[in-house]
Design a binder for this molecule. Structure first.
Ligand SMILES: O=C(O)[C@H](O)COP(=O)(O)O
Ligand SMILES: [Mn+2]
Ligand SMILES: [Mn+2]
Length: 556
């Protein structure tokens, strides 16, 4: 990778028009095609027709070891998916790196651990993060390993601030995760460690905002975790969650959306506010939804909300979340080193890129795509457009900003200013996560219509396109019996699936500017998202850089 100079492709020349790279977030190609596959149910004439074009459609793997996750039971997600798409390489991801660091014990001997250890004897050690075994942002077994490790190494007072999931895991599973955590804390109490859950709330309304969509979410988390202020006070976390879920009422609340709460002791004061001298660990390995909290904890200059009190803590992330900002300064496990990404190559070869999505996915096609870097490679060559997302549950407005993204993409394609136009449609993923089948069906139809319009413009400008996804989601909206795959029914209603799926994703190529001889290989059955970047370079008329996974294109 010593030179960034791209070489022209031997067979496929640069086209007359630009290349459209379009990501349909959460649009899996699921083998189960029944009433709960929202993509199958939706009216999608454009992608249906693309599937029928000989040699220009195939599926690629988007989960598990194919995208650097610890096992093939791990569903894909936007971070690993866009990392692989943008980098063209297989990267050992955060989940795997933390597993290794716990297995070898290096987590407890590194600079990050040394940084927090001085707080163990006299001060409190706080853990803040997503309490889930989804493996997307965090994992409970890793949290347990860290908490246990801290107790063994002298932490006397430990406080847990937990965000409930119900998005990467079934709704209601928060009760099990809390019960398991309480069992561990009890065990530690038996060993003389003062260990308690101190605060919490649902991940979508408390703390885990991303891409600055709504700082008020982080503010609510700050108040609960740091200041000990919340609309609800409870004596224990299980009661908090059972009460806030309102399971027996007309309007039950899902784990994703629980109000913030604070645990108080017998004297009715919070058991675990964050104070000067305390250590704080954010135990998510994934970056996007903890960058804002990291800023609030670390930055002296901070104006996103009134912190009221800014405790001077020893703060570490489980990983470093932003390689450009070097945020947080201190971290327990070195993050994946992602270099030589496609974006860097394009910029270093003078190629011009237009990138657009709405807030919820904006960082996916910029930050994740560029190897977890928040800046530009060359601002003169890269235009990044963020369309502000709505701040409502997305099944209420399932069209989200698809129309606006489509128009921006069309304009960029027609402008003649860009070599690559890269966009992400958020809908199949974000609406899929609500578990609302009808809303997800409707947004899949809309996205299909947007793709149709974009591809018409690609033809108009004699361009080429590559259309794919980062992981499944909308392709299965029902939890299923493991053996029969029949949808599970509870009290007469199908139990919805809010998480991503293990399905592969489609890969389509085409466009009026693409010679008929160029096809997608139907071999390389193991190919995954990491093979896409090489296809992108070929479609732009270049050989792919040598360190990238092989292209799937054939040229006859
Ligand atoms: O953060 C989220 O919304 C989910 O946990 C994962 O979804 P994403 O990987 O598609 O962003
Ligand atoms: Mn995604
Ligand atoms: Mn998602």
């Amino acid at each position: 990778m010593s030179s960034f100079q791209l070489q022209p492709h031997s067979t496929l020349q640069r086209g007359e028009g630009p290349l459209l790279v379009c990501i349909l977030d959460g649009f899996g190609e699921n083998s189960i095609k029944d009433d709960y596959n929202a993509i199958h149910v939706a009216d999608t004439p454009c992608t249906d027709a693309l599937r029928a074009v000989p040699g220009r459609f195939r599926t690629i793997r988007a989960h598990g070891t194919a995208v650097g996750l610890p096992s093939d039971d791990d569903m894909g997600n936007s971070e690993v998916g866009h990392n692989a798409l943008g980098a063209g390489q297989l990267i050992d991801q955060g989940a795997s790196l933390v597993d290794n660091a716990l297995r070898t014990g290096s987590l407890f001997t590194g600079a990050g651990w040394e940084y927090i250890a001085p707080s163990f004897a006299e001060n409190t050690l706080h853990f803040i993060g997503l309490l889930s075994d989804g493996g997307v942002h965090s994992r409970t077994d890793q949290l347990h390993g860290c908490v246990r490790g801290a107790a063994e190494r002298g932490a006397k007072k430990i406080r847990l601030h937990i965000l409930t999931d119900g998005r990467d895991v079934p709704d209601g599973s928060s009760l099990r995760f809390v019960a398991e955590l309480e069992a561990l804390l009890q065990e530690l109490q038996g060993q003389g460690v003062d260990a308690k859950i101190a605060s919490g709330g649902g991940r979508m309304g408390v703390t885990m905002d991303r891409y600055e969509a709504d700082w008020n979410i982080v503010k609510k988390g700050w108040e609960a975790h740091v200041l000990g202020e919340a609309p609800h006070y409870f004596k224990d976390a299980l009661t908090a969650i059972k009460t806030l879920r309102k399971d027996d009422s007309d309007k039950p609340v899902s784990d994703q959306w629980l109000d913030p709460f604070v645990i108080v002791g017998e004297d009715n004061t919070p058991v675990g506010t964050v104070q000067d001298g305390d250590a704080v660990v954010i135990f998510n390995f994934r970056a996007d939804r903890v960058i804002e909290l990291s800023k609030a904890l670390e930055y002296a200059k901070f104006d996103k909300f009134d912190r009221k009190r800014w405790p001077q803590t020893r703060f570490v992330g489980l990983m470093q979340y932003d390689g450009d900002l070097k945020l947080p300064t201190n971290y327990l496990v070195p993050p994946p080193a992602i270099s030589g990404t496609s974006g860097e190559y394009l910029a270093k070869n003078g190629l011009r890129t237009f990138v657009c999505s709405e807030t919820q996915k904006f960082g996916h096609v910029t930050f994740f795509w560029n190897g977890n870097r928040s800046g530009y490679f060359n601002e003169d060559l890269e235009t990044y457009v963020e369309i502000p997302s709505d701040t409502v549950p997305f099944n209420e407005i399932p069209e989200m900003k698809a129309r606006e993204i489509c128009e921006a993409g069309k304009e960029a394609l027609r402008s003649g200013k860009y070599d690559q136009v890269r966009i992400n449609f958020a809908n199949p993923d974000m609406v899929g996560h609500t578990g609302d089948l009808a809303a997800t069906v409707s947004c899949c139809a809309l996205v299909d219509q947007c793709v149709k319009e974009l591809l018409e413009v690609v033809d108009e400008v004699k361009g080429r396109f590559l259309l794919t996804s980062d992981h499944g989601n909308a392709d299965d909206m029902a939890q299923r019996d493991k053996k029969t795959k029949a949808a599970l029914v509870h009290e007469g209603k199908v139990v919805s699936l809010t998480s991503h799926t293990l399905a592969p994703v489609p890969l389509f190529i085409g466009g009026a500017g693409l010679p008929d001889t160029v096809k997608l290989s139907q071999e390389m059955l193991e190919a995954g998202l990491g093979n896409v970047a090489a296809c992108v370079f070929n479609l732009m008329g270049f050989q792919a850089p040598q360190h990238m996974l092989p292209s799937l294109l054939t040229f006859e």
